[in-house]
Design a protein around this ligand. Structure first.
Ligand SMILES: *Cc1c(COP(=O)(O)O)cnc(C)c1O
Length: 401
């Protein structure tokens, strides 16, 4: 499935529909085959022993017929080939979820005695939790981007950032951050931007993480994670994946490869709608602050003067649900859901206000979305009738300050 030296570089849109599928016509196939085998019969156990030895020694993707699907699956391998091509990395390694992918990255480094992580908030709530709770025996130093270089120690294994970050859409200068990391690998979570808008490896990130559950899958029906990186790191990730078992199901691999084909059109269309909504929200008296990345994208976050719980209860077209990146629009309240597990003070000090709502803009018509948001936002507080004796006053939730 390698492109030959004579193949001219192709654009992202072309790679999205062809990468990982180059051999299909020669196989007489159009759709990629879905291989659900857990095991692979072989009468040549000497050859299998040699493949297992080679994998144990190097972590290279085994040649020849697969042995067992925790080690190797051809459908998942197509998705990995395609994602690596889109991110501009040598390799990619897929996992059962974004969190399984992050876990494997941390284990690779801590197994080398490098258990310290330098990270910039905000991160996705569960990533923050995994680091803060030290569940994998790691220790984290939370810093601002300009404090990275100073926070690095001899046992620092990773520097981790998200840009745009979940849920505030805060951006960091990936190139500057990568330079501050020196020899320490920079792990950039690129879930929000996708390779359509940003390819962190081009800016010096050695490890590019995705919750494939989001834009890569794109239809809210597949959980997965993937790490795009150089082959040296990929080999270590494959060995950890084999030993710990967080593999992507082949049906998920099939759906993710299918999702990649429409990734560029989905991201561009949803981003155009999101930019329009961000503009309208910014001019709305019920909205106190809008967060929309300079990079663009299909995520919009906004703080409101009213009660965010009412907006979640009030939407009718937009799906009130955590997660993002689907063809339909989703809205959620980070302080209640995606970032609930982060300590409230840490959450607030990293810019995740209790009045913040995070919306993942889908492929609906912009006017229909605006109508739904407009209705869910309700009347401006100033235009609401004064409540009799204060009994029914629109008192904000006590948890919301
Ligand atoms: C959802 C998410 C994750 C975790 O991914 P799962 O697939 O849910 O395990 C990690 N990072 C970001 C930015 C996310 O949005």
């Amino acid at each position: 499935m390698e492109t030959t030296a004579a193949t001219p570089p192709r654009s992202l849109s072309t790679e999205a529909v062809h990468a990982g599928r180059e051999d299909l016509a020669d196989l007489g196939l159009h759709a990629p085959p879905l291989d659900l085998s857990t095991t692979y019969p072989s009468r040549d156990s000497r050859a299998e022993a040699a493949r297992i030895d080679a994998f144990a020694a190097t972590g290279a993707q085994p040649d020849g017929p697969p042995v067992y699907s925790r080690l190797d699956n051809p459908t998942t391998a197509r998705f990995e080939t395609a994602l690596a091509r889109l991110e501009g990395t040598e390799s990619a390694v897929a996992f059962a979820s974004g969190m399984a992918a992050l876990t494997a990255c941390l284990l690779v480094r801590s197994s080398m005695g490098l258990r310290h992580v330098v990270a910039v908030r905000p991160l996705y709530g569960c990533s923050d939790h995994l680091l803060t709770a030290g569940l994998l025996g790691s220790e984290v130093s939370w810093v601002d981007p300009d404090g990275i270089a100073e926070a690095i120690r001899p046992d620092t294994g990773l520097v981790m950032v998200e840009s745009p970050a979940n849920p505030t859409l805060a951006e960091v200068d990936l190139g500057a951050v990568a330079r501050a990391c020196g020899e320490v690998p920079l792990l950039a979570d690129n879930t929000f931007a996708t390779p359509v808008l940003q390819r962190p490896a081009e800016h010096g990130a050695r490890i590019v993480l995705h919750s494939a559950t989001k834009y890569l899958g794109g239809h809210g029906d597949v959980l997965g994670g993937v790490v795009a990186c150089d082959e040296e790191f990929a080999r270590k990730l494959r060995q950890v994946r084999f030993a710990t078992g967080g593999v992507l199901h082949p049906l998920a691999g099939y759906l993710l490869l299918r999702g990649l084909a429409t990734l560029p059109v989905r991201v561009r269309a949803a981003s155009a709608t999101a930019a329009l909504l961000a503009e309208r929200l910014a001019g709305d008296p019920r909205v106190t602050r809008v967060h929309y990345p300079k990079l663009g994208g299909a995520m919009v976050a906004f703080e409101i003067e009213g009660d965010p719980h009412e907006v979640i209860a009030g939407v009718r077209l937009i799906t009130p649900a955590v997660s993002l990146g689907s063809v339909d629009s989703l809205i959620q309240h980070p302080a209640s859901i995606s970032h609930r597990i982060v300590d409230a003070d840490d959450r607030r000090s990293s810019g995740v206000s209790d009045r913040l709502l995070r919306m993942s803009v889908g492929l609906e018509d912009v006017e229909d979305l605006w109508q739904d948001l407009d209705a869910a936002l309700g009347a401006p507080l100033s235009a609401r009738p004064a409540p009799a004796r204060g009994a029914d006053a629109p008192v904000p939730d006590p948890a919301v300050r």
